[in-house]
Design a protein around this ligand. Structure first.
Ligand code: HXC
Ligand code: NAP
Length: 283
């Protein structure tokens, strides 16, 4: 979507960048000229992804291993990326953990796990990068991947809903606090369903996938394409979006609004039925 080299000269750190949507964003950032660092717990996955992206784009991708829940591992990550590329310009908070379950069946450790990865992991990375940017007078920017149930809430994924709501609150809060004082922008993307191995295996196990029909649930009638999300992410982290700050952009084909609108289910009413209602009113 963006022109060639639109991200040249930038170094972008993508947490969870070795799989799924993180990998798709990392690939597109790299193809637009950015240096990319990808960070997660599994080095073999990261190394394979870095190699694949480099072969595809001709860019440079640095795999770094660690856990977003561990602040010291974020500090080590930052040192490693700065040593390799000179500085870091953009943080993409993408790493996440999630599972689908009736809430009362969860242990408190299950809650801690998801909130630890999604909320604490995001605040850890944002705090470490923010301190670094402020100290070095770099006008960095943060893009956090949240979801539409950050504001609607959702049963059966309650730890994730709590954590993603916190990520959205952090985004809007820091957009003002750090935007005003340091020129650091913070934005978020709220994706609807985009097929990935991680999301599908954790959220739609077994036959649940068959029960989730995009043609009924989503006004545009399909799942999202990874490149569609990567396009939006690349725009938001680029200088073209310099006036976008504190925003959350939904990319879900209209899914959450379909669920929210009082009369939206009336799409099942046929033309013949509408004609009949009109004749009952005498029109
Ligand atoms: C209930 C579970 C569970 C499950 C683990 N636990 N899986 N409880 N249902 N499916 C419990 C464990 O029993 C344990 O509690 C506690 O959680 C911690 O388990 P660990 O295995 O130690 O967890 P951890 O290493 O922290 O791993 C995190 C993870 C894992 C979330 C469990 O799945 C993971 O890392 N996933 C990353 C990929 C992912 O989830 N991607 C999906 C993002 S999609 P006890 O009490 O037994 O010790 C997304 C999109 C949403 O967010 C929107 C879609 C439209
Ligand atoms: P995914 O492939 O499972 O991505 C999750 C990534 O996070 C993995 O690469 C994982 O790598 C990493 N990760 C997990 N725990 C970590 C930890 N403690 N420290 C560091 N990295 C960790 O899932 P995805 O579908 O692409 O999701 C990406 C983002 O989009 C998430 O924020 C998700 O909530 C959001 N989202 C996705 C959808 C969708 O439909 N796919 C919809 C809405 C929002 P390791 O296991 O190697 O650590």
């Amino acid at each position: 979507m963006l022109r060639d080299n639109a991200l040249k000269g930038k170094t972008i750190l993508v947490t969870g960048g070795g799989t799924g949507l993180g990998k798709s964003m990392a690939t597109y950032f790299s193809s637009l000229g950015a240096n990319v660092a990808i960070f997660s717990r599994k080095m073999p996955v990261l190394e394979a992804a870095a190699k694949e992206i480099e072969e595809k784009t001709g860019g440079s991708v640095l795999p770094v291993t660690g856990d977003v829940r561990d602040y010291e591992s974020i500090e080590r990550l930052l040192e490693t990326v700065v040593a390799k590329y000179g500085q870091v310009d953009v943080l993409v908070n993408n790493a996440a953990g999630n599972f689908v379950s009736p809430t009362e069946r969860l242990s408190h450790r299950a809650f801690e796990s998801v909130i630890g990865i999604v909320l604490q992991g995001t605040t850890n990375c944002t705090l470490a990068l923010g301190k670094y940017w402020i100290k070095n007078k770099i006008k960095g920017n943060v893009l956090s991947i949240t979801t539409t149930y950050a504001w609607t809430g959702s049963g059966y994924v309650v730890p994730s809903a709590c954590a993603k709501a916190g990520v959205l609150a952090m985004t809007r809060s820091l957009a003002v606090e750090w935007g005003k004082k340091y020129g650091i922008r913070c934005n978020a993307i709220a994706p609807g369903p985009f097929p990935t191995e991680g999301a599908w295996s954790n959220l739609l196990p077994g036959d649940l996938e068959k029960k989730f029909s995009p043609e009924n649930k989503i006004p545009v009638g399909r799942y999202g394409d990874h490149q569609e999300l990567a396009n939006l992410a690349a725009y938001l982290v680029s200088d073209f979006a310099a006036y976008v700050n504190g925003e959350v952009i939904t990319i879900d084909g209209g899914e959450w609004l379909q669920g929210a609108g009082e009369f939206n289910d009336f799409s099942v009413v046929t033309d013949e039925m509408w004609d009949m209602f009109a004749s009952m009113r005498g029109k």
